[in-house]
Ligand binder design. Structure first.
Ligand SMILES: NC(=O)c1ccc[n+]([C@@H]2O[C@H](COP(=O)([O-])OP(=O)(O)OC[C@H]3O[C@@H](n4cnc5c(N)ncnc54)[C@H](OP(=O)(O)O)[C@@H]3O)[C@@H](O)[C@H]2O)c1
Length: 286
Protein backbone atom coordinates (compact mmCIF):
# COMPACT_ATOMS: atom_id res chain seq x y z
CA UNK A 1 0.00 0.00 0.00
CA UNK A 2 1.09 3.54 -0.78
CA UNK A 3 0.18 6.23 1.75
CA UNK A 4 0.37 9.99 1.28
CA UNK A 5 0.30 12.49 4.15
CA UNK A 6 -1.18 15.96 3.79
CA UNK A 7 -3.90 14.43 1.59
CA UNK A 8 -6.18 17.41 2.18
CA UNK A 9 -3.42 19.85 1.22
CA UNK A 10 -2.55 21.05 -2.26
CA UNK A 11 0.44 18.80 -3.00
CA UNK A 12 -0.81 15.64 -1.28
CA UNK A 13 -4.12 15.81 -3.14
CA UNK A 14 -2.35 16.25 -6.49
CA UNK A 15 -0.11 13.24 -5.76
CA UNK A 16 -3.08 11.00 -4.92
CA UNK A 17 -4.90 12.17 -8.06
CA UNK A 18 -1.74 11.43 -10.05
CA UNK A 19 -1.47 7.93 -8.60
CA UNK A 20 -5.11 7.24 -9.49
CA UNK A 21 -4.51 8.61 -13.00
CA UNK A 22 -1.58 6.16 -13.24
CA UNK A 23 -4.10 3.38 -12.61
CA UNK A 24 -2.72 2.49 -9.20
CA UNK A 25 -5.77 0.69 -7.77
CA UNK A 26 -7.59 2.90 -5.26
CA UNK A 27 -7.63 -0.04 -2.83
CA UNK A 28 -3.81 0.20 -2.66
CA UNK A 29 -3.86 3.90 -1.74
CA UNK A 30 -4.15 5.46 1.70
CA UNK A 31 -4.87 9.15 2.16
CA UNK A 32 -3.59 10.40 5.51
CA UNK A 33 -5.46 13.45 6.69
CA UNK A 34 -5.61 15.49 9.86
CA UNK A 35 -9.34 15.89 9.23
CA UNK A 36 -10.62 12.86 7.30
CA UNK A 37 -14.00 14.55 6.70
CA UNK A 38 -12.18 16.90 4.31
CA UNK A 39 -11.04 13.95 2.16
CA UNK A 40 -14.55 12.86 1.11
CA UNK A 41 -13.78 13.12 -2.60
CA UNK A 42 -10.89 10.67 -2.29
CA UNK A 43 -12.96 8.30 -0.16
CA UNK A 44 -15.69 8.38 -2.83
CA UNK A 45 -13.09 7.19 -5.35
CA UNK A 46 -12.26 4.18 -3.17
CA UNK A 47 -9.12 5.52 -1.48
CA UNK A 48 -8.83 4.54 2.18
CA UNK A 49 -8.80 7.67 4.31
CA UNK A 50 -7.12 7.44 7.70
CA UNK A 51 -6.70 10.08 10.38
CA UNK A 52 -3.09 11.13 10.96
CA UNK A 53 -1.83 14.12 12.92
CA UNK A 54 1.94 14.66 13.02
CA UNK A 55 1.54 15.87 16.60
CA UNK A 56 -0.33 12.76 17.77
CA UNK A 57 2.00 9.73 17.59
CA UNK A 58 -0.78 7.25 18.42
CA UNK A 59 -2.72 8.38 15.33
CA UNK A 60 0.39 7.79 13.20
CA UNK A 61 0.86 4.21 14.43
CA UNK A 62 -2.73 3.39 13.49
CA UNK A 63 -2.51 5.24 10.19
CA UNK A 64 0.60 3.46 8.93
CA UNK A 65 -0.46 -0.14 9.60
CA UNK A 66 0.22 -2.18 6.46
CA UNK A 67 1.82 0.72 4.57
CA UNK A 68 4.88 -0.23 2.50
CA UNK A 69 5.55 3.07 0.69
CA UNK A 70 4.97 6.46 2.31
CA UNK A 71 5.13 10.01 1.02
CA UNK A 72 5.71 12.37 3.94
CA UNK A 73 4.63 15.80 2.74
CA UNK A 74 6.43 18.30 4.94
CA UNK A 75 4.04 19.98 7.36
CA UNK A 76 2.95 23.59 7.34
CA UNK A 77 3.38 24.42 11.03
CA UNK A 78 6.77 26.12 10.78
CA UNK A 79 8.75 25.74 14.01
CA UNK A 80 7.06 22.48 14.98
CA UNK A 81 8.00 20.44 11.96
CA UNK A 82 11.22 18.74 13.12
CA UNK A 83 9.58 16.83 16.00
CA UNK A 84 6.42 16.27 13.94
CA UNK A 85 8.35 14.71 11.07
CA UNK A 86 10.43 12.67 13.53
CA UNK A 87 7.19 11.23 14.93
CA UNK A 88 6.13 10.17 11.42
CA UNK A 89 9.55 8.57 10.80
CA UNK A 90 9.35 6.65 14.10
CA UNK A 91 5.88 5.39 13.22
CA UNK A 92 7.06 4.43 9.73
CA UNK A 93 9.91 2.44 11.24
CA UNK A 94 7.56 0.65 13.63
CA UNK A 95 5.18 -0.15 10.76
CA UNK A 96 7.98 -1.62 8.60
CA UNK A 97 7.65 0.96 5.84
CA UNK A 98 10.00 -0.07 3.01
CA UNK A 99 10.37 3.33 1.32
CA UNK A 100 9.73 6.78 2.78
CA UNK A 101 9.80 9.68 0.32
CA UNK A 102 10.15 13.10 1.96
CA UNK A 103 9.49 16.52 0.41
CA UNK A 104 12.56 18.50 1.50
CA UNK A 105 13.90 21.84 0.25
CA UNK A 106 16.11 22.50 -2.79
CA UNK A 107 19.80 21.89 -1.96
CA UNK A 108 18.71 21.14 1.63
CA UNK A 109 22.19 20.10 2.71
CA UNK A 110 23.73 23.48 1.88
CA UNK A 111 20.77 25.86 1.72
CA UNK A 112 21.13 29.08 3.73
CA UNK A 113 17.37 29.62 3.95
CA UNK A 114 16.08 29.71 7.52
CA UNK A 115 13.30 27.37 6.35
CA UNK A 116 15.91 24.72 5.54
CA UNK A 117 16.74 23.97 9.19
CA UNK A 118 13.66 21.81 9.81
CA UNK A 119 14.19 19.97 6.52
CA UNK A 120 17.83 19.27 7.40
CA UNK A 121 16.75 17.97 10.82
CA UNK A 122 14.25 15.68 9.07
CA UNK A 123 16.83 14.45 6.56
CA UNK A 124 19.16 13.63 9.47
CA UNK A 125 16.40 11.83 11.36
CA UNK A 126 15.69 9.78 8.25
CA UNK A 127 19.35 8.85 7.87
CA UNK A 128 19.52 7.80 11.52
CA UNK A 129 16.27 5.83 11.41
CA UNK A 130 17.30 2.95 9.19
CA UNK A 131 14.09 3.38 7.15
CA UNK A 132 14.96 3.31 3.42
CA UNK A 133 14.28 6.79 2.08
CA UNK A 134 14.37 9.06 -0.96
CA UNK A 135 14.58 12.84 -0.84
CA UNK A 136 12.47 15.06 -3.06
CA UNK A 137 14.23 18.36 -2.50
CA UNK A 138 11.61 20.67 -3.92
CA UNK A 139 12.33 24.21 -5.07
CA UNK A 140 9.82 27.06 -4.92
CA UNK A 141 6.28 26.73 -6.24
CA UNK A 142 5.29 29.02 -9.11
CA UNK A 143 2.02 29.39 -7.22
CA UNK A 144 3.87 31.26 -4.45
CA UNK A 145 3.79 34.13 -6.97
CA UNK A 146 1.01 33.36 -9.42
CA UNK A 147 -1.47 32.42 -6.70
CA UNK A 148 -1.77 36.03 -5.55
CA UNK A 149 -1.71 38.10 -8.70
CA UNK A 150 -4.65 40.21 -7.51
CA UNK A 151 -2.36 41.90 -5.01
CA UNK A 152 0.32 42.35 -7.66
CA UNK A 153 -2.17 44.01 -10.02
CA UNK A 154 -3.47 46.31 -7.28
CA UNK A 155 -0.20 47.28 -5.58
CA UNK A 156 2.69 46.05 -7.74
CA UNK A 157 5.32 43.57 -6.60
CA UNK A 158 7.80 44.21 -3.79
CA UNK A 159 10.62 42.17 -2.33
CA UNK A 160 14.31 41.92 -1.57
CA UNK A 161 15.17 39.27 -4.13
CA UNK A 162 17.32 41.58 -6.24
CA UNK A 163 18.10 40.00 -9.57
CA UNK A 164 18.26 36.49 -8.14
CA UNK A 165 16.73 33.79 -10.31
CA UNK A 166 13.97 31.54 -8.99
CA UNK A 167 13.91 28.09 -10.59
CA UNK A 168 10.26 27.54 -9.73
CA UNK A 169 7.89 24.84 -10.94
CA UNK A 170 4.18 24.27 -10.51
CA UNK A 171 2.92 22.14 -7.65
CA UNK A 172 1.62 19.80 -10.34
CA UNK A 173 5.19 19.27 -11.58
CA UNK A 174 6.46 18.37 -8.11
CA UNK A 175 3.43 16.10 -7.62
CA UNK A 176 4.21 14.33 -10.90
CA UNK A 177 7.77 13.77 -9.65
CA UNK A 178 6.45 12.25 -6.42
CA UNK A 179 4.20 9.92 -8.43
CA UNK A 180 7.23 8.71 -10.41
CA UNK A 181 9.27 8.08 -7.28
CA UNK A 182 6.42 6.29 -5.50
CA UNK A 183 5.76 3.95 -8.43
CA UNK A 184 9.27 3.22 -9.77
CA UNK A 185 11.50 0.55 -8.26
CA UNK A 186 14.99 1.27 -6.94
CA UNK A 187 14.39 4.67 -5.34
CA UNK A 188 15.92 4.11 -1.88
CA UNK A 189 18.98 6.28 -1.28
CA UNK A 190 18.26 8.71 -4.12
CA UNK A 191 18.30 12.49 -3.68
CA UNK A 192 16.47 14.58 -6.27
CA UNK A 193 17.15 18.31 -6.53
CA UNK A 194 13.85 19.33 -8.08
CA UNK A 195 13.45 22.76 -9.65
CA UNK A 196 11.78 24.33 -12.65
CA UNK A 197 13.11 25.42 -16.00
CA UNK A 198 11.30 28.76 -15.55
CA UNK A 199 14.25 30.59 -14.01
CA UNK A 200 12.91 34.10 -13.57
CA UNK A 201 13.82 37.23 -11.65
CA UNK A 202 11.15 39.28 -9.90
CA UNK A 203 11.51 41.96 -12.58
CA UNK A 204 10.85 39.33 -15.27
CA UNK A 205 7.81 38.14 -13.34
CA UNK A 206 6.51 41.73 -13.21
CA UNK A 207 7.13 42.09 -16.96
CA UNK A 208 5.23 38.88 -17.72
CA UNK A 209 2.26 39.91 -15.55
CA UNK A 210 2.25 43.32 -17.26
CA UNK A 211 2.39 41.74 -20.72
CA UNK A 212 -0.47 39.34 -20.10
CA UNK A 213 -2.73 41.61 -18.02
CA UNK A 214 -2.20 44.76 -20.04
CA UNK A 215 -1.63 46.63 -16.79
CA UNK A 216 1.82 47.97 -15.92
CA UNK A 217 3.04 46.07 -12.86
CA UNK A 218 6.42 47.11 -11.43
CA UNK A 219 8.76 45.25 -9.09
CA UNK A 220 10.11 47.38 -6.26
CA UNK A 221 13.33 45.92 -4.90
CA UNK A 222 13.61 47.05 -1.28
CA UNK A 223 16.23 46.79 1.45
CA UNK A 224 15.23 43.87 3.72
CA UNK A 225 14.04 46.04 6.66
CA UNK A 226 11.78 48.04 4.30
CA UNK A 227 10.34 44.85 2.76
CA UNK A 228 9.66 43.59 6.29
CA UNK A 229 7.79 46.82 7.06
CA UNK A 230 5.66 46.37 3.93
CA UNK A 231 4.78 42.81 4.94
CA UNK A 232 3.96 43.68 8.54
CA UNK A 233 1.97 46.68 7.30
CA UNK A 234 -0.03 44.28 5.11
CA UNK A 235 -0.95 42.30 8.22
CA UNK A 236 1.63 39.52 8.37
CA UNK A 237 2.84 38.53 11.86
CA UNK A 238 6.49 39.52 12.43
CA UNK A 239 7.89 35.96 12.49
CA UNK A 240 6.13 35.15 9.20
CA UNK A 241 7.42 38.36 7.63
CA UNK A 242 10.92 37.35 8.77
CA UNK A 243 10.62 34.07 6.85
CA UNK A 244 9.58 35.88 3.66
CA UNK A 245 12.41 38.40 3.99
CA UNK A 246 14.95 35.66 4.68
CA UNK A 247 13.74 33.76 1.61
CA UNK A 248 14.14 36.84 -0.59
CA UNK A 249 17.60 37.65 0.75
CA UNK A 250 18.58 34.11 -0.15
CA UNK A 251 16.95 34.26 -3.57
CA UNK A 252 19.18 37.28 -4.21
CA UNK A 253 22.16 35.04 -3.34
CA UNK A 254 20.98 32.41 -5.82
CA UNK A 255 19.84 29.89 -3.21
CA UNK A 256 16.62 28.97 -5.06
CA UNK A 257 18.18 28.74 -8.48
CA UNK A 258 19.12 25.45 -10.10
CA UNK A 259 19.95 24.35 -13.62
CA UNK A 260 20.26 20.61 -13.05
CA UNK A 261 17.08 19.72 -14.94
CA UNK A 262 16.31 16.77 -12.63
CA UNK A 263 12.60 17.59 -12.35
CA UNK A 264 11.97 17.69 -16.10
CA UNK A 265 14.04 14.51 -16.53
CA UNK A 266 12.07 12.69 -13.83
CA UNK A 267 8.64 13.63 -15.16
CA UNK A 268 9.62 13.27 -18.81
CA UNK A 269 8.44 16.71 -19.93
CA UNK A 270 9.41 20.35 -19.47
CA UNK A 271 8.22 21.91 -16.24
CA UNK A 272 5.47 24.56 -16.29
CA UNK A 273 6.57 27.82 -17.90
CA UNK A 274 6.28 31.21 -16.22
CA UNK A 275 3.91 32.33 -19.00
CA UNK A 276 1.59 29.37 -18.44
CA UNK A 277 1.57 29.87 -14.67
CA UNK A 278 0.82 33.60 -15.00
CA UNK A 279 -1.97 32.78 -17.47
CA UNK A 280 -3.53 30.36 -14.95
CA UNK A 281 -3.08 32.84 -12.11
CA UNK A 282 -4.81 35.61 -14.06
CA UNK A 283 -7.61 33.27 -15.17
CA UNK A 284 -8.24 32.33 -11.54
CA UNK A 285 -8.91 36.01 -10.77
CA UNK A 286 -11.94 35.77 -13.06
N1 LIG B 1 8.17 24.67 -2.26
C1 LIG B 1 7.43 25.70 -1.89
O1 LIG B 1 7.40 26.76 -2.52
C2 LIG B 1 6.57 25.57 -0.70
C3 LIG B 1 5.65 26.57 -0.40
C4 LIG B 1 4.83 26.38 0.69
C5 LIG B 1 4.95 25.23 1.44
N2 LIG B 1 5.84 24.27 1.12
C6 LIG B 1 5.99 23.01 1.87
O2 LIG B 1 5.40 21.98 1.10
C7 LIG B 1 4.33 21.37 1.83
C8 LIG B 1 3.22 20.98 0.89
O3 LIG B 1 2.78 22.13 0.18
P1 LIG B 1 1.22 22.39 -0.03
O4 LIG B 1 1.12 23.47 -1.02
O5 LIG B 1 0.51 21.11 -0.25
O6 LIG B 1 0.83 22.97 1.41
P2 LIG B 1 -0.60 22.88 2.10
O7 LIG B 1 -1.68 22.92 1.09
O8 LIG B 1 -0.59 23.88 3.20
O9 LIG B 1 -0.61 21.42 2.73
C9 LIG B 1 0.09 21.09 3.89
C10 LIG B 1 -0.50 19.80 4.39
O10 LIG B 1 0.19 19.44 5.59
C11 LIG B 1 -0.81 19.01 6.49
N3 LIG B 1 -0.38 19.17 7.87
C12 LIG B 1 0.11 20.28 8.45
N4 LIG B 1 0.31 20.06 9.77
C13 LIG B 1 -0.08 18.78 10.00
C14 LIG B 1 -0.14 17.96 11.14
N5 LIG B 1 0.22 18.42 12.35
N6 LIG B 1 -0.57 16.69 11.01
C15 LIG B 1 -0.96 16.21 9.82
N7 LIG B 1 -0.95 16.94 8.69
C16 LIG B 1 -0.52 18.21 8.78
C17 LIG B 1 -1.98 19.92 6.23
O11 LIG B 1 -3.15 19.35 6.79
P3 LIG B 1 -4.57 20.13 6.70
O12 LIG B 1 -5.05 19.87 5.29
O13 LIG B 1 -5.37 19.47 7.74
O14 LIG B 1 -4.28 21.59 6.96
C18 LIG B 1 -1.99 19.95 4.72
O15 LIG B 1 -2.70 18.87 4.20
C19 LIG B 1 3.95 22.44 2.87
O16 LIG B 1 3.33 21.84 3.98
C20 LIG B 1 5.30 23.03 3.20
O17 LIG B 1 6.04 22.20 4.08
C21 LIG B 1 6.63 24.41 0.05
Amino acid sequence: MIAVTGATGHLGRLVLEGLLARKVPAAQLVALARTPARAGELAARGVQVRQADYSQPASLDRALAGVKTLLLVSGSEVGQRAPQHQAVIAAAKAAGVQLLAYTSILHGDRSRLALAAEHVATERALAASGVPFVLLRNGWYLENYTGRLGTALAHGLAGSAGSGRIAAAARADYAAAAVEVLTRPGQAGKVYELAGGARFTMAELAAEVSRQSGKAVAYADLPPPSFREVLVGAGLPGPVADIYVDADVNIARGELDDQGGALAALIGRPTTSLAAAVKDGLAALG
